[in-house]
Design a protein around this ligand. Structure first.
Ligand SMILES: N[C@@H](CCC(=O)N[C@@H](CS)C(=O)NCC(=O)O)C(=O)O
Length: 216
């Protein structure tokens, strides 16, 4: 059985676990990373020299980088339309999978999740949240426009691009900041919450990650 090394609170782990579940693939997950087993041991670093989660072990194959893991699972165990075989069908979905990783994720995690949850709020400028909300607004609007009535990023078919993009919406809609009105994105998030695998693997409390004042 494929094995994922990584804590359930990691959004990158959530993405690959949710993807595996949507593929109907049984995966064993071991708690590694923040608050759990160390990712800095020689054994772990031999699997992933970055010392980060998730890492996939599937037989003698080791894969790190969550987007690479998701694509491997789709290619090895998936099928169309979830993972389109045609490059011409898949490329437009890859655009959104790459864009979310390279553009939306840093805006969300660095701009909002870290200052609101993971780091000392006093270590950020007072306008941090306001500025980050303004920076992510046009990105949320882009996704809203792409989705239209959906129901999914590809249109009628639920695909790997929904895993790539959708898992971040638990943080996007759950964090306390002023979001612009994006009715399509909000409806999409409601649809995602109706999926049992999304609830099981993505809607995981981030409270264990919350910054604690070491002087208290
Ligand atoms: N680009 C990498 C990023 C991996 C990453 O930043 N993982 C975080 C959790 S989301 C991590 O390992 N943090 C350290 C820890 O949990 O100990 C990926 O997509 O897999």
């Amino acid at each position: 059985m494929p094995r994922i090394y990584g804590r359930a609170t990691s959004s990158n782990v959530q993405m690959v676990m949710w993807g595996a579940a949507e593929l109907g693939l049984a995966v064993e997950r071991l708690d590694y990373g923040f608050g759990h087993a160390s990712t800095k041991t020689p054994e772990f670093l031999a699997r992933n020299p970055m010392g980060l989660v998730p890492v996939l072990q599937d037989g003698d194959l080791t894969v790190w980088e969550s987007a690479a893991i998701l694509r491997y699972l789709c290619a090895e165990y998936g099928h169309a339309p979830f993972y389109p075989a045609s490059p011409r069908t898949r490329a437009p979905l890859d655009i959104w999978a790459e864009w979310i990783k390279s553009t939306f994720t840093p805006a969300l995690l660095n701009g909002l999740f870290y200052p609101l949850v993971r780091r000392d709020p006093a270590s950020f400028p007072p306008t941090q949240i306001q500025d980050a909300a303004a920076a992510i607004a046009p990105l949320a609007k882009m996704l809203d426009t792409r989705l239209g009535q959906g129901p999914w990023i590809a249109g009628t078919d639920f695909t790997f691009a929904d895993i790539s993009c959708g898992h971040l919406l638990y943080r996007y809609f759950g964090l306390p900041f002023d979001r612009i009105d994006t009715p399509n994105l909000a409806a999409y998030y409601s649809r995602l919450q109706n999926r049992p695998a999304f609830r099981d693997h993505v809607m995981v409390s981030w409270e264990p990650l919350r910054w604690k004042d070491p002087s208290l």
